[in-house]
Design a protein around this ligand. Structure first.
Ligand code: NAD
Length: 358
């Protein structure tokens, strides 16, 4: 049976890095008989230029019909002065809500060859391989009431609401436990149950969900301790699951542990495991068109897609091993270059991974 991938390259370096990711998929598609088909669509500024909206109906139809979405990046100076509803980033938010992508996976994996890029000591960081699962469609970023009002005494007051229903917590819990089952079977749930009732409920529900996954070891941490542990001893973690806002903050910390934006993939999944896969970095307008962007985050996003949507661990591992092999050969794009290595362009890096795959 064929599986359709919606390919949304987006803006800036999006087209350059996507070309390399598709090279890898083309090879595996033939080699492993994956049965993947591809259809291109517009999103972000590129979509605005044609349709006057960052998320046109054609793209909505495309992503809904697809089994998975592969995205480059959106945004750029050209569109910054547009009304907020028309800006490229709105296309991404539209995509997440249209597909109900509530589970955001942000791995932080440090390739030993790049340990020097981290600001942490090599012994603290080398071998790091953790996954943060962030709830993406609920919590304080969406809770009502919200706003800024003027009190009777004339002072203004800003307010937001942290809300989670049991079912929202349960579904992100199931998503995180299933991911832990595919990894080292340890899950740490992060909350602030000592202060926030909403996350007291979070902890209770996580405990309930845990009963269905006896093979996974569940632990809990308060978010302040979790952020401290992430920089003190990050290798203690396998999978972490947390709320939208805590995940937003902790996943950026985890990303920077590795020191290299161009290396980190991400996934956002719906309840059935359908997903949108993208690098965590943006459209890098400062280097767009120069052919020097690092395509590895996008290539590694393809590996996540094969693992989490298509359940093809072998194909996913082949990509990750090929990336590792290319790094072992000393091949580096400018962002991860260090003395003595071979500096290559975006397409040369893609070619190196293809060669390692074969
Ligand atoms: P950015 O991630 O695009 O770039 C930050 C820095 O990292 C830049 O110096 C850039 O050159 C470098 N960089 C990023 N990716 C790289 C890669 N693959 N290889 C080599 N270097 C890389 O963040 P920014 O500059 O804050 O934002 C630029 C635009 O991207 C903005 O319009 C922003 O809104 C948008 N953005 C989009 C996404 C997304 O599409 N998911 C995420 C973040 C930012």
């Amino acid at each position: 049976m064929t599986k359709k991938i919606a390919v949304l390259a987006g803006d800036g370096i999006g087209t350059e890095i996507m070309t390399e990711a598709l090279k890898i998929l083309d090879v595996l598609n033939v080699d492993m008989d994956l049965g993947l088909t591809f259809e291109n669509g517009l999103i972000g500024g590129a979509a605005y230029d044609v349709h006057k909206t960052p998320f046109p109906q054609e793209t909505i139809d495309l992503v809904k019909a697809a089994d998975a979405v592969l995205l480059g990046a959106v945004g750029g100076k050209k569109w910054e002065s547009l009304d907020i509803a028309l800006r490229p980033e709105k296309g991404l938010l539209g995509l997440r809500s249209e597909l109900e992508l509530f589970s955001n996976l942000r791995p932080a994996l440090l390739y030993p060859q790049l340990a020097a890029a981290s600001t942490l000591k090599p012994e603290v960081i080398s071998g790091l391989d953790l996954m943060i699962v962030r709830e993406l469609t609920g919590g304080i970023y969406f809770g009502e009431p919200r706003g800024i009002k003027t009190l009777e005494n004339g002072e203004r007051q800003g307010f937001n609401t942290l809300v989670y229903t049991e079912s929202e917590i349960r579904r992100i819990g199931h998503s995180a436990f299933k991911i832990a089952q595919k990894r080292n079977k340890r899950l740490c749930s992060v909350d602030k149950a000592n202060v926030l009732e909403c996350t007291e409920l979070w902890r209770e529900v996580m405990e309930e969900v845990a009963k269905e996954y006896p093979d996974v070891e569940l632990s809990h941490l308060y978010v302040d301790n979790a952020s401290m542990q992430l920089v003190r001893a990050p290798k203690q973690f396998d999978v972490m699951v947390t709320t939208n806002m805590f995940g937003d903050i902790l996943s950026d910390t985890a990303a920077m542990l590795t020191g290299s934006l161009g290396m980190l993939p991400s996934a956002s999944l719906d309840i059935n495991g359908k997903g949108m896969y993208e690098p965590i970095h943006g459209s890098a307008p400062d280097i767009a068109g120069l052919g020097i962007a690092n395509p590895l985050a996008t290539i590694l996003s393809v590996a996540l897609m094969l693992r989490y949507t298509f359940n093809n661990e072998m194909a996913a591992s082949r990509i990750e091993t090929a990336v590792n092999d290319a790094l072992d050969q000393g091949i580096r794009t400018a962002d991860i270059y260090s003395e003595g290595m071979t500096k290559v362009s975006t397409s040369e890096m893609g070619n190196a991974v293809v060669a390692a795959l074969k």
